[in-house]
Design a protein around this ligand. Structure first.
Ligand code: CUA
Length: 390
């Protein structure tokens, strides 16, 4: 026999959980806008995708309402009645009906295909002209590497950064992408549709944000320097830290973009006890371009991968030149502040699920930054050094 005092709380809990689930479902409808919604496009391509989705949504809604109405009507009208056991009229083999319900979906699909193909061709169009900005992108477990192949310092160095993409507003940006390890997917929902990056292959993404005026009118998130911030996310499961393989895009006016490029191409200062630790520990994987005894030097390993005639950077870890100027760390997952940076250097796998024990530097397989067992003083010095690299 089941004792009532045990049964009742269980039933109550089940009801409570059921009610909570319903409430959550209901509330999800009024969550408003999220930073990663594809329903508030901020670029031409994202806008095309959104329009296509709206078309499909309304077509599907009309079909749903009509079909459900017919179903409910039929269930009610032809319900079983007492004393009436006649066999219902059978309609299979009705040629007119079958032709009708074959033609209607075919027409609907044809209607949807037109804007879909238009959008696909537009997305795949290679932008031309002198104002196209070319950026090479390499996806890594679990971060994004960006090389601005058009932006060069006087000594020929290209601009290399990680996880935070800066682009000028309303200018064609052409991303040429590959992966260093497994399949990832580059996705900034307000700016572009998902595009996979695949090891050994090249994929492209055509990115052109709306103008600064349009972004301001749309009320997009704005930084103190006037740029607009867009959040993105790797959209293809790629291992332990897939959910923390994020990306931030900053859209500047042309002056703001130029200023950012110039600041990024300048070397940073190499000095202090933090620098000693940096050269002993960090430069095994990370690169940085510094001014040392009046000379510009890039420390850390230079690694590349060749895919279909295109040379991509395939660094072991993010380039840290101007790290202090970034807003985030850990692939745009944490705010770049003293607390997070200290914890990150102390033991990165504490902040983000990674598997550094399986790193294989010669093979180029890095599954996260290890805990180097640095003491409190060494960590504080490194934090100070990195924060000074604005
Ligand atoms: Cu990279 Cu998921």
């Amino acid at each position: 026999m089941i004792r009532p005092d045990i049964r009742r709380p269980r039933a109550a809990r089940r009801r409570y959980i059921g009610a909570l689930a319903l409430l959550a479902l209901l509330l999800s409808a009024c969550s408003g806008s999220g930073p990663q919604t594809a329903l508030e496009p901020a670029s031409e391509i994202a806008n095309d995708i959104n329009n296509l989705w709206l078309l499909v949504f309304w077509v599907a809604t009309v079909v749903f309402v009509l079909v459900e109405a017919a179903l409910v009507y039929a269930v009610w009208k032809f319900r079983e009645r007492e004393g009436d056991d006649r066999r219902p009229k059978q309609s299979h083999g009705n040629t007119a009906l079958e032709i009708t319900w074959t033609i209607i979906p075919a027409v609907l699909l044809a209607v949807i295909t037109v804007p879909m193909l238009q959008g696909l061709f537009e997305m795949r169009e290679v932008p031309t002209g002198p104002d196209v900005l070319h950026i090479n992108v390499t996806g890594h477990q679990w971060w994004w590497e960006f090389e601005y192949v058009d932006e060069k310092a006087p000594d020929g160095r290209t601009l290399v950064t990680a996880n935070e993409l800066h682009i000028p507003a309303d200018r064609p940006v052409y991303l040429t992408m590959t992966s260093a390890d497994v399949i990832h997917s580059f996705w900034i929902p307000k700016l572009n549709g998902k595009r996979d990056v695949v090891p050994g292959r090249i994929s492209h993404l055509n990115l052109r944000s709306d103008s600064m005026g349009e972004l301001a009118a749309a009320g997009e998130d704005r930084m103190a320097d006037g740029s607009f911030l867009f959040l993105g996310q790797c959209a293809e499961f790629c291992g332990l830290a897939h959910a923390d393989m994020r990306v931030r895009a900053f859209v500047h006016d042309s002056g703001g973009y130029r200023a950012w490029v110039d600041s990024q191409l300048a070397p940073v200062e190499a000095s202090g006890s933090g620098w000693d630790t940096f050269t002993v520990v960090c430069t095994a994987c990370h690169q940085s371009t510094v001014l040392q005894d009046g000379e510009i030097v890039t420390v850390g390993p230079d690694r590349f991968v060749e895919v279909d005639g295109v040379t991509f950077r395939s660094s072991l870890a993010p380039n840290l030149t101007h790290f202090g100027g970034r807003t985030s760390l850990g692939s745009a997952t944490f705010e770049n502040d003293t607390e997070h940076l200290t914890r990150w250097i102390d033991n990165p796998a504490d902040l983000k699920p990674m598997d550094p024990d399986r790193n294989d530097i010669p093979a180029g397989r890095i599954l996260g930054m290890p805990d180097f067992g640095l003491n409190v003083g060494e960590i504080a010095d490194l934090v100070a050094l990195l924060q000074s690299w604005k």
